[in-house]
Design a protein around this ligand. Structure first.
Ligand code: AHR
Length: 501
């Protein structure tokens, strides 16, 4: 009943792009308002940014931060969100049936990123739902052109002398989804994405562009959508996007625990589709993957709520999922799936950052705290940097309704530039500990630095406002490295980080 694999530096997947640890701030519920931005909060700075949240965002280790949506972007008028805050218009946000005050806008977003620190990078989406090429160009000029034109001078007059330097841009959001304002067919979207990309490159040939892929692998148009969109945009974009959310459908926890099986097949199918288009076009170029929305999300709860909303509240409590230990183990497994494909997944965004299906929660006027999902992300963002080693597990399996027999062990390993190695591993068994036996070939490591695990006698344990530190990782004793063999025992339903030095 032991799970095994071998690590050898000769067999690698690829380098981890720091952008793999991106996140997402959408104008949705309380992600922005009373999340990252709350003028008057005891910790708010002169711009209204909550310092308690900023501290947690830095600890989380996020890099690229996608903004301003999400579904929100398909009704976004960027010009509403710049200039003196008191002059900004209030608008209906159709995506989330809310009222948008525009008190937080483009300049505040850039200020937020700069305050996170040098690892943070903007990832801006343009509206290709209700708008098009012209507005994308205007936003790009306002944001990035140094000065001396109407729009760049407008930015300077708003107090932002330095251009924002936004390099990474999303060409719309989930345009395959019937719920999207301005939803399009693949042909329609492929054309407008190509036109927008071509024009944006006329301003700056070095922008990096993400074309919309599918909103999930289960979309009826999946794969055909990617093929059609990439046929139009192949030479003009750098990435195709993927989105996926997982929850225990009909309470089926065993299938839920194996959600990464779907995520890995989704990634592999998008690679196959993109490479097929490349082959058809006789192109040497490879399109990379931007997994720019991923998480555990109890989606049916939102869908039920959406049926009942009739008013237009400002910053309502929406999508405020409270994550259990089980959710964090699935979440960790999704991170492992991304790392295992680091050669092609070069951008990924945890959706979202604060309050909305988020690792960080806040109370208006009150504290901020870490959800269970905070820990796997923070550990991977800190130690999952370097080269991903090829991990092929031989693992005991268990039966799932959705995916058939699934491995109990899900794992990856990353070798840092200094030669240290970090193994990330999940035991999907709800009842049994899983012995792990890893053969280390030609790796210059001699000791276990730490074995940290997230597991709990109560798999439903969570962190809440009343008990914000109920769940946290703990150190595991007994993990050993001797004569090139790493041995450990993974607790039932656990996320593990084993660092070797
Ligand atoms: O992250 C929440 C929503 O999920 C996003 O706005 C949308 O793109 C996706 O459907």
């Amino acid at each position: 009943h032991t799970a095994r694999f071998t690590l050898d530096p000769a067999f690698t997947i690829g380098d981890v792009n720091p952008r793999l640890f991106g996140s997402f701030v959408e104008h949705l519920g309380r992600c922005v308002y009373t999340g990252i931005f709350e003028p008057g909060h005891p910790t708010a700075d002169d711009k209204g940014l909550r310092q308690d949240v900023l501290d947690l965002v830095r600890e989380l280790g996020v890099t690229a931060v996608r903004y301003p949506g999400g579904n929100f972007v398909s009704g976004y008028k960027w010009e509403d969100s710049v200039g003196p805050a008191e002059d900004r218009p209030r608008r209906l946000d159709l995506a989330w049936h809310s009222t948008e005050s525009n008190r937080f806008g483009l300049s505040e977003y850039i200020d937020f990123l700069r305050k996170i620190g040098p690892r943070a990078e903007p990832m801006m989406a343009v509206n290709l739902g209700t708008r098009g090429v012209a507005e994308a160009l205007e936003l790009q000029e306002y944001a990035n052109h140094p000065e001396g034109t109407a729009l760049s001078d407008l930015r300077v007059s708003h107090g932002d002398k330095d251009p924002f330097g936004i390099r990474l841009w999303c060409l719309g959001n989930e345009m395959d989804g019937p719920w999207q304002t301005g939803h399009k067919t693949a042909e329609e979207y492929g054309r407008v994405a190509a036109e927008t990309a071509r024009a944006m490159r006329q301003i700056d040939p070095h922008v990096e562009l993400v074309a919309c892929g599918s909103s999930s692998q289960s979309m009826p148009t999946f794969a055909e959508w990617e093929a059609t969109v990439l046929q139009e945009t192949y030479d003009l974009v750098d990435h195709i996007s993927l989105h996926a959310y997982y929850w225990p459908e009909n309470g089926d926890i065993d299938s839920f625990l194996a959600s990464a099986v779907d995520m890995e097949s989704f990634i592999e199918n998008v690679i196959a589709t993109a490479d097929h288009v490349g082959a058809r076009l006789k192109s040497k170029k490879k399109i990379n993957l931007s997994f720019d929305e991923w998480n555990v999300w109890y989606l049916p709860e939102w869908q039920a709520h959406a049926q009942t909303v009739t008013d237009w509240p400002e910053a309502p409590r929406l999508l405020e999922d409270n994550y259990s230990v089980t959710d964090a183990v699935v979440f960790g497994s999704l991170l492992i799936a991304l790392l295992r494909h680091a050669d092609r997944v070069t951008v990924a965004c945890l959706a979202q950052l604060v309050n909305v299906i988020a690792p960080i929660m806040t109370e208006p006027g009150g504290p901020a705290w870490r959800q269970t999902t905070f820990f796997p992300f923070a550990q991977a963002a800190e130690h999952g940097r370097g080269q991903v080693l090829d991990v092929r597990v031989a693992s005991p399996t268990y039966g799932t309704k959705k995916y058939g027999e699934a491995d109990l062990l899900h794992a990856t390993a990353v070798r840092a530039d200094d030669g240290t190695v970090t193994v990330f591993a999940v035991n999907r068994s709800r009842t049994e500990a899983l012995p792990l036996d890893v053969t280390l070939n030609r790796l210059d490591v001699t000791r276990v630095v730490e074995h940290s695990a997230l597991a709990d006698a109560d798999p439903d344990a969570r962190n809440t406002l009343d008990d914000p530190e109920r769940v946290a990782p703990h150190q595991v004793e007994g993990t050993a490295l001797q004569d090139g063999r790493l041995t450990a025992v993974l607790q039932p339903l656990s996320w593990n980080m084993i660092r070797l030095g």
